[in-house]
Design a protein around this ligand. Structure first.
Ligand SMILES: Nc1nc2c(c(=O)[nH]1)N[C@H]1C(S)=C(S)[C@@H](COP(=O)(O)O)O[C@H]1N2
Ligand SMILES: [Mo]
Length: 557
């Protein structure tokens, strides 16, 4: 089960300062402490000075059978456990994705030390170039799927493989909830639920456990409110904040991430919702155990109201063992069957995205004042003699080679390119790891290059080759569909923030394709090839990261 790493792999999978570490900025610690301790303190003040509020669950008879609906029909039992199964996989893979850029922010620039929380002991080093790749961290495989410092590609395969099933299960659940009258158990009938829930909370917080209304017939107010929130508020918010991280959506509909303030607050909320789910699960399981474990398990597994045998409990244990076993299988698949995971995830998501959000045309939106003061660099700088020589001469001898299935293969110097036309745009860059940055870019539109070289009609794909190497050696390259190269704002850029493109950020020439994630935007471009299919180059998966790190071919999300 535990993979055997070579020394080189070890260095990647276990960075030296890998130890688990969380550091909240003091102001966030204060706010979170204030909310948690503050509400408990108010509950105690109310209890000590005004006495225990009436227990609202007593207003429903705990003994007499409350009117319909009651019980848990089989479809509720099944979807409850199916939901549990997928939620575990989603949370664990999400944590693995999180530590690939182990910092959360409220600002789109993601500047050093502007994070409100970091999951890494590393303080941003100011004395050297520190790339986002170097900053990525380790997570224990007990917590994360796949854990260690595996590729974010595999973590995303799990996340995006499971999310559609989680959503499907949720849709079926909500449909049946509304179709039957079971929704009445979850949807509060009046705002009275809020003061009632507070009253129940005062009972819990002061250790005066409220009378249990018997969940088979009725939930107490706080229980109903939290179940309602989990189903009707948290789950939709998790999906919507997830979508707000998509460059294809954000580059077209700039208002969308603003629903959550900005792209990075959406990412932070996505995390906080996950955190709320974990707290919910812990409290939920604790209360299920405290209020009659066997009886409760018979409710949610067998739909039997008054059975106190341990049948349901045993079946529950078997279900949990199955989930644990499946997660262990998940680790095995993550290290031994990476291509299968990459393939399955592609099967589910690629046609969905290519026929929907990939079609959106990026629109300009940002202005000079939005430009981020800091922009994370990423990738490995070229170190070949060829590139060093070109750089030494300020790229005067640089020639971009354009070839492949075209009528006019050509070599162009930077000056030639500049004569072809210049377009300037301010855009947000989204890295697969999670960070973003806004910068000005200027260069020649890819459409002009395409007009000039005239690709054959069978060309579907454009390959961009770099002077630099990938993380594991070998030329860095990536492909984009011809379609995406023709989208507005697709540029070969030689300028960043009104300066010649700095060496770190891809000099002399880099690609911008605004509906894609960062790894599609090759830096230090040496050549461009027009091809019939991405399958014919490299290992055949569409790019260096797709080949070696199991990233998606289409990077819309
Ligand atoms: N040649 C090359 N290009 C590359 C990479 C790389 O490793 N090598 N990394 C990609 C990734 S993952 C990102 S996020 C962007 C980063 O661009 P930046 O350094 O301007 O932030 O470049 C992309 N282009
Ligand atoms: Mo990236």
């Amino acid at each position: 089960m535990i993979p055997h790493f070579t020394a080189a792999e070890k260095a990647i999978h276990y960075p030296e300062d890998r130890k688990f570490y969380v550091r909240l900025k003091p102001y966030m610690l204060f706010i979170m402490g204030f909310v948690l301790i503050g509400s408990i303190a108010i509950a105690w003040i109310q209890y000590l000075f005004f006495g225990l509020p009436p227990d609202p669950s007593l207003s429903f008879s705990a003994v007499a059978v409350v009117t319909e609906p009651s019980g848990f029909p089989m479809w509720i039992n099944i979807s409850h456990w199916v939901n549990f199964f997928f939620l575990v996989l989603i949370i664990r893979s999400g944590l693995s994705i999180l530590v690939d850029h182990p910092r959360l922010y409220w600002n789109n620039g993601c500047g050093p030390e502007t994070e409100w929380i970091r999951f890494t002991p590393v303080i941003f080093p100011k004395d050297k170039t520190w790339t986002a790749k170097q900053d990525s961290r380790y997570i224990s495989p007990v917590v994360g799927l796949p854990g260690y410092r595996h590729t974010v590609g595999i973590a995303r395969s799990w996340h995006f493989l499971t999310v559609p099933f989680f959503i499907l299960n949720g849709i079926i659940f909500i449909f049946l909830l509304l179709y039957t009258n079971q929704w009445k158990r979850l949807v509060p009938a009046s705002f009275q639920i809020i003061p009632d829930s507070w009253n129940v909370f005062v009972h819990y917080a002061t250790f005066n456990l409220p009378v249990e209304p018997n969940g088979f017939y009725h939930f107490n107010a706080l229980q109903q409110l939290s179940y309602f929130a989990v189903v009707f508020i948290m789950a939709p918010l998790a999906m919507l904040t997830g979508l707000a991280m998509s460059p294809a959506i954000d580059s077209r509909f700039h208002w969308y991430p603003k629903l959550f303030f900005n792209r990075q607050t959406a990412r932070s909320f996505h995390f906080l919702i996950m955190f709320a789910y974990v707290i919910f699960i812990v409290v939920h399981v604790a209360l299920v155990a405290l209020t009659g474990l066997s009886k409760n398990m018979n409710h949610i597994i067998l739909n039997k109201p008054n059975d106190t045998s341990s049948t349901g409990l045993w079946i529950g244990i078997v279900i949990i063992l199955f989930v644990v076993a499946f997660n262990m299988l998940g680790h095995w698949l993550s290290w031994r069957k990476q291509r299968t995971l990459q393939f399955l995830e592609k099967k589910i998501n690629e046609s969905l995205w290519s026929s929907t959000i990939n079609k959106f045309k990026p629109k300009s939106f940002y202005t000079k004042k939005d430009i981020s003061p800091y922009f994370w660099p990423n990738g490995k700088m070229p170190d070949s003699k060829e590139w060093e020589d070109l750089k030494g001469n300020n790229f005067k001898d640089y020639k971009l080679k354009i070839y492949g299935l075209v009528e006019n293969p050509i070599e162009l110097s930077l000056d030639d390119l500049k004569k072809m036309g210049r377009e300037e745009t301010i855009e947000m860059h989204s890295c697969i790891q999670g960070w973003t940055g806004i910068a000005e870019w200027a260069g020649v539109p890819m459409s002009k290059i395409i007009d000039l070289v005239k690709p054959h009609s069978n060309v579907t794909t454009v390959a961009f080759y770099s002077f630099g190497e990938g993380l594991y050696g070998g030329v860095y390259y990536d492909t984009n569909t011809l379609d995406n190269c023709l989208k507005p704002k697709s540029l070969l850029a030689w300028e960043m923030n009104y300066q010649p493109l700095p060496v770190e950020y891809g000099a002399p020439l880099r690609l911008r394709v605004e509906n894609q994630l960062g790894y599609k935007m090759v830096k230090w471009i040496s050549a461009i090839e027009f091809i019939e299919s991405y399958k014919n180059i490299g290992k055949g998966f569409g790019g260096k990261n797709e080949d070696d790190e199991y990233f998606d071919l289409l990077a819309n999300t």
